[in-house]
Design a protein around this ligand. Structure first.
Ligand code: MIC
Ligand code: SF4
Length: 656
């Protein structure tokens, strides 16, 4: 039986375990990326591990999320990251140079390599034929120290692409279509590999849009082959030497196959408030909009923005629409500036934003109340834009510009002024304008030793977890429903600047569930912690969807949360819970979820014993009225981490 490309690359990097789907394996990591919102913690933890120069082939630290600079926090973080990078042999991409995934694809991504990033959209790199996986900062720190990355070898879902995209239909529509088929839940334990005749028709940036938003499926990662398109892209980036052809065997067997005929696709939109709430744009056409934003790591490549500029040239944005453009990288912005496309957008009424994540993570441009906001981003979780009750639709850049001109949601094929216009398809440039002057290269060993690390007062070293109690006495602090995202658990937006200060940031854990006039989640949790009682969270399906932010485990841990009992838990979040010694438990009988309520006092006798060796544990209500079984789906390594009081404690112990 032939091998998938995914398993070929995995095999070349295997250092522990055997290559069988469902088995725990350890792989060698060639490259890492961190970004500022997860990076300060990652580097603080890296320092706590006592590690010196990084042991990877290449590690890059990006500043792209937290750039608004309200107060000293952001700049303190930037300076810490810049100096710690210099100290540890890490490349540093400065604020303004672009979004980590876009820049990494342009300047560092390499077919056949492995990349671990402290950001869930790291799989963007799959567009260039690498295994690129998102993880918590602590796992990335361990990889920087030369340790393997541990994961469950996934099954491989083959997506066969046939046909060809029609004019005005985009790569974004391909991944929205897949989201409509697979949804955002139930895909843990799978990786996606694209194959089929249509792959050759997609450029690397188009492929990267598709693999980027694979994060919303909840899969381990997504990958495309490395072929002539990859070669052209790398040559245009003046990195021809990084190219190698890579493909699955022709008789590769996939664990499941989904077919998508690109010729049959039409413009799509993910409606509020989930990326899998997908409808065709024609179904929702006519809905009045107040905002449009083009950007984010999903859709801010040179081709995306050039297409937008060409459509906008000589036209005017509807006067009731605020239209923002955030180029993905300085490379893209420079090229648009040089060839006049930027001026076309400005003349059309665009607000040009900084190259960075910006509105995608709620850093400004929040929509007015009740207003529909159309974005080319990848997530529209409730409130993520910074507005409570927001109505955010996710679309392609083609649909975004057509709608911005019309003032209402519009399929670009139906906009009267575009009907006779030629689709401005933008070819890959023969050569991108390369300027790496905002990427600081690692220093020599001697110089690195002399670097003094800048530690601003807003950066607080996070505390390590306490050991698990033999028996756990706890209380359900919160009972929540299905698809709770890390944005629900740990809001970003205006609170993002608190990432380097866990005690402060922890005050807004589960902020969205707080009720006015009542004690907040954090206040209740701390009160319980003061009494020596553990906090417990009860949840439905797919708990912890979305980002890789380990603060969604680290801050609850700080507040005394010791267990999450859910119908199912997403991959990255589960790993983060384990790393910070919160026990992830699943209901053996999903119906038992209905019998729990907030405030219930629970007892788990023999917790440590169960974590040592059992796949189950008994959970009882303290008043004796009800007992149920919890499942522990843990690898031997997960158990070791939990028993050691978290990953940091384990790493320290191993170093002794
Ligand atoms: C996101 O898109 O939610 C983020 C912000 O990029 C996160 C990382 C973070 O929370 O810092 C992600 O996707 O992992
Ligand atoms: Fe940044 Fe948004 Fe991409 Fe996250 S999804 S890395 S916030 S642009």
């Amino acid at each position: 039986m032939g091998q998938t490309l995914f398993y070929k690359i995995l095999g070349e990097h295997l250092v522990e375990g055997s290559l069988v789907a469902g088995e725990q394996i350890g792989i060698r990591i060639d490259q890492t990326l961190t970004q500022d919102a997860t990076g300060t913690t990652a580097f603080l933890l890296y320092e706590s591990m006592g590690a010196g120069p990084v042991k990877t082939d290449l590690s890059v630290s990006y500043i792209d999320h937290n750039m608004a600079g309200f107060g000293p926090e952001n700049h303190n973080d930037h300076l810490y990251l810049q100096t710690i990078a210099a100290k540890c042999g890490v490349y540093h991409s400065r604020a303004g140079n672009g979004i980590c995934h876009q820049v990494h694809l342009e300047r560092f991504g390499k077919p056949g390599a492995t990349l671990l990033g402290s950001d869930s959209h790291t799989p963007t790199g799959g567009g260039i034929g690498m295994i690129a996986i998102g993880a918590g900062g602590l796992d990335v720190a361990a990889a920087m120290a030369g340790g393997p990355f541990y994961l469950t070898a996934p099954k491989v879902l083959g997506v066969r692409l046939t046909g060809r995209l029609n004019d005005w239909v985009a790569a974004k529509d391909v991944i929205l279509k897949l989201l409509s088929i697979l949804s955002t839940k139930g895909n843990v334990g799978w990786a996606v590999e694209y194959f089929g005749e249509a792959v050759a028709t997609l450029s690397v940036p188009q492929r990267a849009t598709i693999t980027n938003m694979g994060a919303e499926l909840g899969v381990t990662t997504s990958i495309f082959c490395s072929d002539e398109q990859t070669q052209d892209f790398l040559a245009a980036q003046q990195r021809a030497g990084d190219y190698q052809p890579l493909a699955a065997d022709t008789d590769a067997e996939y664990d499941r196959i989904v077919e998508i005929d690109l010729s049959a696709l039409e413009p799509m939109a993910a409606c509020p408030s989930s990326p899998d709430n997908v409808k065709s744009v024609r179904e929702i056409a006519g809905l009045k909009i107040g905002q449009v934003a083009v950007g984010s790591c999903t859709n801010s490549s040179y081709a995306d923005l050039m297409m937008a500029a060409k459509v906008l040239k000589g036209r005017q944005i509807d006067n009731m629409v605020e239209f923002a453009v955030a180029p993905g990288s300085r490379e893209v912005l420079n090229m648009l500036a040089e060839n006049g496309a930027l001026a076309d957008m400005i003349s059309a009424g665009a607000r040009i934003m900084e190259t960075g994540c910006g509105p995608c993570i709620g850093q400004g441009f929040s929509p007015a109340n009740d207003l529909v906001s159309l974005r080319t981003f990848n997530r529209n979780f409730a409130g993520r834009s910074g507005t409570k009750g927001d109505k955010v639709y996710l679309v392609s850049p083609e649909t975004a510009v057509a709608s911005a001109l019309a003032g209402k949601i519009t399929d670009p094929r139906d906009l009267p002024e575009l009907i006779d216009a030629q689709y401005p398809k933008v070819a890959l440039p023969k050569s991108f304008v390369i300027d790496d002057s905002m990427i600081e290269k690692p220093l020599g060993e001697k110089e690195a030793r002399q670097v003094e690390v800048h530690r601003g007062p807003t950066i607080v070293v996070p505390e390590a977890p306490k050991a698990l109690p033999e028996d756990l006495k706890g209380q359900v602090l919160l009972k929540c429903g299905d698809k709770i995202t890390t944005d629900h658990i740990m809001p970003a937006g205006v609170f993002l600047k608190l990432r380097s200060n866990v005690p402060e940031y922890a005050k807004v854990v589960f902020n969205c569930f707080n009720e006015e006039g009542k004690a907040t989640f954090a206040e209740r949790a701390l009160e319980l912690k003061g009494k020596g009682t553990a906090g417990i969270i009860a949840a439905g399906e797919s708990y912890g969807q979305g980002s890789s932010r380990e603060h969604a485990a680290l801050c609850p841990m700080y507040l005394g949360v010791r267990a999450v009992i859910a119908k199912s838990i997403e991959r990255i979040h589960k790993a983060n819970l384990i790393n910070f010694c919160i026990v992830p438990i699943e209901f053996a009988e999903p119906g038992d979820y209905d019998k729990l309520k907030a405030g219930d006092k629970l007892v788990i006798e023999g917790l440590v014993e169960a974590v040592k060796s059992s796949d189950e544990l008994k959970i009882a209500k303290a008043d004796g009225s009800f007992e149920f079984t919890g499942k522990l789906a843990l690898s031997a390594r997960d158990r070791e981490i939990l028993l050691c009081g978290g990953r940091l404690n384990l790493t320290r112990k191993q170093a002794e």
